[in-house]
Design a binder for this molecule. Structure first.
Ligand SMILES: NC(=O)c1ccc[n+]([C@@H]2O[C@H](COP(=O)([O-])OP(=O)(O)OC[C@H]3O[C@@H](n4cnc5c(N)ncnc54)[C@H](OP(=O)(O)O)[C@@H]3O)[C@@H](O)[C@H]2O)c1
Length: 328
């Protein structure tokens, strides 16, 4: 089968379209014929082996998993022993974790990270959901436990995770303030944001406002600035951040580490977290899509052979929401 593989860490130039063996579904696994995949910040973190400490898990000298990509939507080709919630021919969507990935004609995924695709979504739309949607859902519903009427601030609201977070925040009944660049203000308003703040403003938090929950997806603000914007018992959820505009990962990583330490001794809840897409979360997102409360936003669509360009676009050009890859 055709797949986008990578034999060494590096830039999108290290990604190659090659023929590789088609995987089989082992016990507890699902083999899916991929119709669409989507690109996440995680793909370029893995592609570059950055931060370097992550290589202890990804592979010290070169990536242990050959095929890049994590999110997919497609049709089940076969299921392994013990898999009962989906079967051959079903339309599904899901995420592979750190294993061989979704930028391929077939992908093998753990059954616990696969769910039935909602009929309301195309394969392209469904492929946009798994990692970004589950990150937003887990952060707001499970970690912050957002309640109706609470005030929520999303920093990085126009990105893959942020566009889901704005919609999920509204679905949970929160008043949502979205932080993004001015060119994306209309987009986040159309997703339901009540207020929009320009991310280039010196103080990202509107004067004298306090939030019950802040979801930080950028990692470009100091911990004390974020804490100042929280209520006394508010929750700050830290998801990481990127190497934007030629910066480095040191700032976002320091924020995660210092947030975790400070969170142990202050009354505010500070929660660095790592997303885990599960069948339950995917199914909850499918219900939100069916009810019209969440719609995936797709910026651009690329062919499988053009994955290097898709990753380059996400990595360096302020993509809006999601970048999707179609697989013939
Ligand atoms: N902890 C986890 O398990 C987990 C899971 C998923 C993602 N993440 C992390 O969460 C982050 C966001 O992921 P994503 O998929 O949403 O990424 P993305 O699609 O690339 O979105 C990036 C967001 O950051 C904003 N941004 C870019 N440069 C900026 C700058 N210089 N100043 C302020 N804002 C800037 C963009 O807004 P504008 O273009 O409007 O400026 C956009 O809203 C990534 O770092 C990713 O690694 C963590």
């Amino acid at each position: 089968m055709k797949a986008i593989v990578q034999h060494e860490y590096g830039s999108p130039d290290t990604l190659r379209l090659e023929d590789v063996d088609r995987p089989d579904a082992g016990p507890g696994q699902v083999l899916v014929r991929v119709c669409a995949a989507s690109v996440n910040a995680a793909d370029w973190h893995i592609m570059r082996g950055d931060p370097k400490v992550a290589r202890l898990q990804l592979g010290v000298r070169r990536p242990k998993a050959l095929v890049r990509g994590r999110d997919f939507a497609g049709e089940v080709a076969e299921v392994g022993a013990g898999v009962t919630h989906v079967g051959p021919g079903d339309e599904v969507f899901g995420e592979t974790g750190m294993a061989d990935g979704a930028f391929a004609e077939y992908v093998r995924a753990p059954a616990g990270q696969v769910a039935s695709k909602p009929a309301e979504l195309t394969f392209e739309q469904a492929a946009a959901v798994p990692l970004a949607g589950c990150t937003a859902l887990q952060a707001l519903r499970d970690v912050a436990r957002v309640q109706p009427g609470q005030r929520l601030l999303v920093n990085g609201a126009s990105g893959g995770v942020g566009t889901f977070a704005v919609q999920i925040g509204k679905a949970l009944g929160a008043h949502v303030t979205a932080v993004c660049s001015t060119r994306n203000a209309e987009l986040v308003r159309s997703l339901g944001a009540d207020d929009v703040v320009d991310s280039t403003a010196e103080d990202v938090v509107p004067a004298r406002q306090r939030f019950d929950v802040i979801l930080d997806l950028v990692g470009n603000r100091r911990l004390r600035e974020l804490r100042r914007a929280l209520t006394e018992r508010g929750t700050l959820v830290l998801s990481g951040g990127g190497v934007f505009d030629g910066g480095s990962l040191v700032g976002p990583m320091a924020l995660m580490i210092s947030g975790g330490l400070v969170g142990r001794i202050v009354r505010q809840r500070i929660r660095p977290f790592s997303a885990t897409p599960t069948t339950e979360r995917l199914t909850a997102l499918a219900r939100l899509a069916e009810s019209g409360q969440v719609r995936p936003v797709i910026d651009r669509t690329y062919a499988l052979a053009d994955v290097p360009a898709a990753v380059r676009y996400l990595e360096s050009e302020h993509a809006r929401a999601k970048v999707v890859v179609t697989v013939p």
